[in-house]
Design a protein around this ligand. Structure first.
Ligand code: NAD
Length: 294
């Protein structure tokens, strides 16, 4: 059992903190929004009175915050200073690679171990403790953090050095966005050609057009009954979150000097889709914009 401080008890952080309690850990939680802290208390998380309070005497501190700025502000704003040397700091937020690396540097200077460990699986995966975690950091930090992270997810992958978890997350999601848009274009073309959804699905799902976007998350109703297309495009994975991850991938591509023309196009298309008021729709709903119907 570890003593864990948890900061950021929102849509994802709340169930993750609750699952760490279920896994047998003592969890102290803090959020700027008091009603979120109260929801966590109902899941047997102990209430902390500030970020520094969370870090004092903790074996591990986890943050689950909106963006890189919040993580750097919280880690640098008294959290690292309040912890005992050797404490492991794990950031599970999805943030830009540069901020993730900066957070690791800050932790190392303060004598702490650290991991970037963004997650995939959404709120459903967070509730079910079935998230996939993509982890960056030293082998020593991973060995210490892995048993704790296995309390919130079913797969914990060590991707490499500091920042590698965030890199893996944005590369994966850029690939997903591009294949989803390609899948939507193909189904739209099939409709115009008078080809049925079932016929295209039967061919593509077993041939070279095959992908997760086709077989698990098919953007038209029918072929995959569990896909959001059968549920009025309720998320699932909201378009606003895909837009955020594509923005991070483009920022990383610029700073690394990588050419990502399809990623840039996908980013523009999701910007447009979200600006038309569809940020809360599932990201596969972009098929309606491609049909000219969003
Ligand atoms: P959220 O907005 O619901 O939660 C963030 C929480 O952080 C809020 O409760 C907010 O009050 C709190 N917070 C902000 N600044 C704070 C501070 N200085 N001190 C303490 N608390 C502070 O967001 P979420 O959906 O839980 O997402 C969290 C992170 O996980 C994001 O980086 C997001 O991109 C990533 N993520 C989300 C999903 C998803 O499906 N929601 C999936 C994968 C990854």
């Amino acid at each position: 059992m570890a003593r864990i401080g948890f900061i950021g008890l929102g849509n994802m952080g709340l169930p993750m903190a609750g699952n760490l309690v279920k896994a047998g850990h003592q969890v102290l939680g803090f959020d700027l929004v008091n009603s979120n802290v109260e929801k966590a208390v109902a899941r047997k998380v102990e209430k902390a009175h500030g970020a520094a309070d969370v870090a004092k005497d903790a074996d591990c501190v986890i943050t689950m915050l909106p963006a890189g700025k919040h993580v750097l502000d919280v880690w640098g704003g008294g959290l690292l200073a309040a912890a005992k040397p050797g404490t492991i700091f794990i950031d599970c937020s999805t943030i830009d690679v540069a901020s993730a690396r900066k957070a690791h540097d800050m932790a190392a200077k303060a004598g702490m171990l650290s991991l970037d460990a963004p997650v995939s699986g959404g709120v459903g995966g967070a509730e079910a403790a079935s998230l996939t975690l993509m982890v960056g950091g030293t082998k020593e930090a991973f060995a210490k953090g892995q048993p704790i992270l296995s309390g919130v997810g079913k797969k914990v992958v060590h991707c490499g050095d500091p920042g590698a978890g965030q890199s893996a997350k944005i590369c994966n999601n850029m690939m997903l966005a591009i294949t989803m848009i390609g899948t939507c274009e193909a189904f739209n073309l099939a409709e115009k050609l008078g080809l049925s959804h079932e016929a295209l699905f039967d061919v593509a799902s077993t041939s070279s057009g095959q992908s997760w976007a086709v077989t698990t998350y098919c953007p038209v109703p029918g072929p995959v009954p569990t896909s959001p297309a059968n549920n009025h495009y309720k998320p699932g994975f909201a378009a606003a979150l895909m837009q955020k991850d594509l923005g991070l991938s483009q920022e990383a591509a610029r700073s690394a000097g990588a050419s990502t023309p399809m990623g840039a196009a996908a980013s523009q298309l999701y910007n447009l889709f979200v600006s038309q008021g569809h940020g809360g729709d599932d990201f596969s709903g972009i098929i309606n914009m491609i049909r000219g119907k969003a």
